[in-house]
Design a protein around this ligand. Sequence first.
Ligand code: PLP
Length: 250
Amino acid sequence: MGHHSADSADFTVNAAEIDLIDRYQRLTDRLRQAESHYGRAEGSVCLVAVSKTYPADHIRTVATQGQRDFGENQIQDAMTKIPVLEDLGCSWHFIGPIQSNKCRDIAFHFDWVHSIDRTKIAKRLSNLRPVDAEPVNIFVQINLQNEATKSGVLPKELGALVDEVKNLPNLNLRGLMAIPAPEAVFDRQRTTFATLRELLQETNREHQTNMDCLSMGMTDDLEAAVAEGATHVRVGTAIFGPRLRAEAIL
Ligand SMILES: *Cc1c(COP(=O)(O)O)cnc(C)c1O
């Protein structure tokens, strides 16, 4: 190694950081390729980088690559990071199950919530949203395959929930979200995502809503989601690597 001048220290990048940047770039290439392959406009699918379990400095590294949207599924974990990353001006997406006593922090710190499945939580978020903030963008989470362990409303319960939340003053009902069971066969992944898209279209027609977003697709099924009209994909592992603690995806 040659001699380093004092200011070259600013450019010292460690190996883990290089890996992270490399994974991020590979994932964004994968997403751009999927957009182009399925006739979606370039950059039209929002990448939500799921940073749950990862510390703030990993998020900062990804943000230096131009990433703006980050997803968290636990409020305690998120609150160790959001305040120290305020200078980044990023958008925060809440993607996990929501307890009532966490609504205040979510209403204060998140721009998007992907996991609405109860009227009570929606009302609390609306009531607790600071007056000077834009409405929170919300997705209703759908339990598409009627899985006992998963959050979300069943498709047949969606209409009633939508009627109760669509006019809440500080929420903006934007779309539907789902976390299908892992499925290796690409065409079956597509069929499930197509079901969510059709449910959105049908709900817009029958409940006078104009939802325009679909939050679907993760590390292992993002291409199928892009093919079926995802506007938001939520990707963790492919960017940040294996998670630092086990996390159930509910
Ligand atoms: C963790 C999580 C993801 C990301 O999953 P990966 O398979 O790591 O991409 C997406 N959505 C939700 C709701 C999650 O909890």
